[in-house]
Ligand binder design. Structure first.
Ligand SMILES: Nc1ncnc2c1ncn2[C@@H]1O[C@H](COP(=O)(O)OP(=O)(O)OP(=O)(O)O)[C@@H](O)[C@H]1O
Length: 455
């Protein structure tokens, strides 16, 4: 067995404890056993097990498993990251599912098969090690965040744990990374974290938001220009790729690159060289690329609007940031995080949210993701005069009327688009950034739509 670690076994049957101890001792760093659920807190704090094997039924003939679930709750209260494997003599899928839902990692049935039990323990030990590393990383992130105002990446949902684990795994590589996710999911924040925990930590971090600059300027922004390259080029200017050399270049909204620009970017990446507009001599560059997009680039490759060879160059690793609506309780963690920040900023003392308000946040589907949640909390903190935020402080449509379909179904695309843009502009009080978020498009794309629709 590759992984060794400390195992705590909790079972009311001393024969079982004896047999398991005998079986596991040769493979583990240390094994401790107890028949007393009351001793759990003691073992958790003094022995600090890596994995806990927990019997589901304590009293003889008991089959509800309730005592086991109570112990599980107690363990997770002491250490939310604890890795617990449930054991039961009654192989019961429903209870296995409930155990996993309530935070257990895995499930073995008694009598156990030696090889299967060892394999389960080995994976559990690996998981425990990776959770500890993520915990360490979070602590590092927290400790380091003050030096360049790197915000903390909030979220404990399995999806966000995975994102954090990947950031950690990538911390000593130079691989090109493609961050995928809807608008406002935290792609920019993740890109900064990747840079912060990379070998290029001390070097430049240069960003270009291809969603907010007009397409005609992409080339001069990326590659720079020489004096006289075009009418307004009164003096030479280096491009962002050149400035980022030795460090990291973050290309946000890469899906906005036109095919000719994709070809130029690909050449620069492959040859490690760029040519300023109007220049004859190429310049050597060494950049690590982090790209982000809310577009489905694989689909775009399939329909011919994104080059497959460029995609392969930029997506050595793909990191998917889940939409906020798929992160469950993270919504409340983030809400509290923003609440603390805005209380401080606006000298307010809002203590929290009512249960109804929390439910409203949990039910809403957050088309603008974390950014929308952040603005929602900011507005509520500014406007609220109560100690707790209430549902009325969050005036967005609740599920139900949000998806309501109109009877006079309108199918003309342009009319639908016009209606959506007009509605977003009204709801945002004319704030372009907010309207673009509501529509799930970039500000630049919104400008183009307004122009196209003659609004
Ligand atoms: N997990 C998180 N924890 C704390 N803050 C977050 C988290 N995710 C996003 N934020 C905050 O939400 C806001 C929007 O995030 P960010 O700009 O990184 O999203 P994005 O996906 O890059 O958006 P866009 O697609 O519009 O460029 C930022 O203020 C960011 O700091």
């Amino acid at each position: 067995m590759e992984e060794k670690g400390k195992i705590l076994i909790i079972d009311d049957n001393e024969d079982v404890l004896f047999a398991l101890n005998l079986l596991l001792e040769p493979y583990m760093e240390k094994v401790k056993v107890t028949t007393q659920p009351a001793r759990i807190a003691h073992f958790m704090t003094t022995f600090k097990p890596d994995v806990i094997l927990l019997d589901m039924n304590f009293r003889r003939d008991a089959i509800s498993g309730q005592e086991g679930f109570d112990c599980l709750e107690q363990i997770l209260q002491i250490d939310p990251q604890a890795v617990v494997i449930f054991m039961t003599a009654y192989a019961d899928t429903d209870k296995a599912v409930r155990a996993i839902k309530e935070g257990a990692t895995d499930f073995v049935s008694k009598p156990w098969e030696k090889e299967k039990l060892l394999a389960t323990l080995s994976s559990a030990l690996k998981l425990s090690r990776s959770r500890k590393e993520v915990g360490k990383l979070q602590a590092q992130m927290l400790a380091l965040k003050t030096d360049d105002e790197l915000s903390e990446l909030i979220g404990n949902s399995p999806a966000m744990q995975k994102v954090k684990e990947t950031i950690f795994k990538l911390s000593d590589t130079d691989a090109n990374i493609l961050i995928l996710g809807e608008n406002g999911t935290g792609k920019d924040l993740v890109a900064r974290m990747l840079k912060h925990f990379s070998p290029r930590q001390e070097a430049a971090f240069v960003t270009i938001d291809l969603g907010s600059i007009p397409e005609q300027l992409f080339e001069s922004e990326l590659f720079g220009y020489e004096k006289g390259a075009f009418t307004d080029a009164r003096k030479a200017k280096p491009g962002r790729m050149e400035i980022a050399s030795g460090g990291t270049l973050f290309l946000d909204e890469i899906g906005n690159l036109s095919l000719p620009m994709q070809a130029k970017l690909l050449t620069a990446i492959e040859k490690h060289r760029i040519l300023r507009l109007g220049a004859v001599e190429p310049i050597e560059i060494d950049v690590r690329l982090i790209c982000a997009t809310n577009a489905n680039l694989h689909q775009r490759v399939a329909d011919g609007s994104f080059r497959q060879d460029l995609l392969y160059r930029i997506n050595t690793i793909e990191l998917r940031i889940p939409p906020l609506r798929e992160r469950g309780e993270d919504i409340l963690l983030l809400a509290e995080h923003f609440l603390t920040g805005y209380n401080r900023k606006y000298h307010k003392e809002v203590k929290g949210l009512t249960r109804e308000a929390k439910n409203k946040l949990l039910k809403y589907n957050w088309p603008g993701n974390v950014r929308e949640l952040q603005h929602t909390i900011e507005r509520a903190v500014i406007l609220s005069d109560n100690t707790l935020l209430r549902p009325a402080d969050f005036p967005f449509p609740t599920a139900g009327n949000e998806h309501r379909e109109s009877n006079d179904e309108e199918l003309n695309l342009e009319k639908l688009e016009r209606k959506a843009v007009e509605k977003a502009m009204r709801s945002s009080g004319g704030n372009m950034t907010r309207a673009a978020e509501l529509l799930g498009i970039t500000r630049f794309a919104l400008y183009r739509k307004i122009e196209k629709l003659g609004l």
